[in-house]
Design a protein around this ligand. Structure first.
Ligand code: G6P
Ligand code: MN
Length: 445
């Protein structure tokens, strides 16, 4: 079975390969094709993978190419994990937004729109090629902003593209753990858009245990979301929000924390990863050890400004490895081998959340089997959450319209309609600022 990884020179590819190495079952991946635009990055990552595979018999064969069509041809699965404009682009997305006093996060607010505008045209090109060259392949989208990018690709690939994120799984796991339950036995009632969802219940043997958590301030304050959002606010909401909702509910504080940080997240990661790829140019370097050190530092500092502004302290050791490679592997196995399972995924709504149309990509529990991911119908969200979800989906559609038409006015509209952009004038200046720094936005006329 052939798995193609787009963005194959990316820093998190060894996580995926490490997960593949644990899979000894019949029908597992035998061939991994790494695709990237940058040959040096491909060589660096291939060295890490070779060290990972050294002690493993029958490890999947790894090849690398800079030819996209060659990478796609004959693939059974395609993981799309690209970063248009690199981490420098991410840092620019942050800087331009923060200078305007609005959020510059890679998936939320102005930064997410800028990143989406740059990424959608590239993702659409990939989707078109995949539909032509590997029509039976399943495409698993890791690329952020994951919901928006998955929706863009779904217009060409239908339900053969599925978006993934590890945030909902991590959240469900933390809630189950504090309740003393086995996460595998829990049904997590979660719904929303990517990085914009809420856990409204957690059922174990048919019984909703979330009210027990919400009623217990000590338990509620003992894990990441409790520390980030505060016990009182979680009790008022009566639900546990995805960690990315911290940027909405505490927007003023998170913007200030990002403005005051020594480096933005994108700038920090750009420097950190430049060092890693530089180190890999030395043929004597211990590749796996260098990668692992860099990975550990990245995980420990994840959302550090949010935690600092909330006084939440360090991350729990148990939360450090996100596990999105596990979600990807579980999804691929369920489809390839009909190993039925339930996963929270980004798929076309098809009526699961009644307030949105059938083609809107949402993040929702899905039953997965060899026929793909089937979203489960969920109860409606309360009005405040419905409002946010609809507003942000409306923004995503403006981004898709801008990318499809090349209309600068549509891009301004996308920024202006976002709940975290507080003036049409700000939106206009953001489009100016972003088109000045990003060659990938030259298509906006
Ligand atoms: C979480 C999010 C992902 C994000 C990742 C890394 O897992 O769900 O969407 O890519 O964190 O974030 P970072 O800031 O380290 O790039
Ligand atoms: Mn994510």
């Amino acid at each position: 079975m052939k798995l193609t990884i787009l963005g194959g020179g990316g820093f998190r590819v060894p996580l995926v390969y490490g997960a593949l190495l644990t899979d000894r079952g019949e029908g597992r991946v035998t061939d991994v094709v790494l695709h990237d635009l940058d040959d040096g990055r491909l060589r660096a990552v291939a060295r890490v993978l070779a060290e990972q595979a050294a002690a493993v018999p029958d490890a999947p064969r790894v090849t690398a190419t800079t030819d996209l069509d060659e990478a796609l041809r004959g693939a059974d699965f395609v993981f799309s994990a690209i970063r248009v404009g690199g981490l420098e682009g991410r840092a620019d997305d942050e800087r331009v937004a923060l200078a305007e006093g609005v959020l510059g996060q890679e998936t939320v607010g102005a930064g997410g729109i800028a990143y989406g505008l740059r990424t959608v045209p590239v993702a659409v090109d990939i989707a078109r090629r995949a539909a032509r060259l590997a029509p039976d392949a399943w495409v698993i989208n890791f690329t952020n902003p994951a919901g928006l990018v998955t929706e863009a690709m779904s217009r060409h690939l239908g339900d053969r593209v599925i978006g993934i994120c590890d945030s909902p799984v991590g959240l469900g796991r933390r809630i189950a753990r504090v309740l003393g339950a086995d996460p595998k036995q829990a049904w997590i009632d979660y719904v929303g858009l990517n990085h914009l969802g809420w856990v409204r219940g957690l059922r174990i043997a048919g019984r909703d245990e979330l009210p027990r958590l919400l009623a217990d301030p000590d338990l509620l304050g003992s894990f990441e979301e409790g520390k980030l959002f505060g016990v009182d606010w979680l009790q008022s909401l009566g639900a546990i929000p995805n960690e990315y909702l911290h940027y909405y509910y505490f927007n003023r504080e998170t913007v200030r924390a990002y403005q005051q940080a020594e480096k933005t997240r994108g700038a920090f990661l750009a420097d950190q990863q430049a060092r890693f790829y530089e180190e890999m140019r030395d043929p004597g370097a211990a590749a796996l050890a260098a990668w692992d050190r860099t990975r550990a530092e990245r995980e420990a500092t994840y959302m550090a400004e949010n935690r600092e502004s909330a006084g939440a302290g360090e991350r729990d050791a148990d939360d450090l490895s996100g596990g999105y490679e596990k979600v990807a592997l579980a999804l691929m196995r369920a489809i390839a081998r009909d190993e039925r399972t339930t996963l929270i995924l980004n798929v076309r709504n098809q009526g699961a959340l009644s307030v949105l149309d059938a083609d809107a990509v949402i993040e929702v529990p899905c039953l997965v089997d060899s026929g793909g991911a089937h979203p489960v119908a969920v109860a409606p969200l309360p009005e405040h959450a419905t409002g946010l979800v609809c507003a942000v989906k409306g923004v995503e559609r403006e981004v898709l319209a801008a990318a499809g038409s090349g209309s600068r006015a549509r891009a301004v509209k996308a920024f202006a309609l976002h709940p975290l952009v507080d003036s049409v004038n700000v939106a206009r200046r953001l489009v100016e600022g972003y088109t000045d720094v990003h060659p990938g936005l030259a298509y906006l006329k």
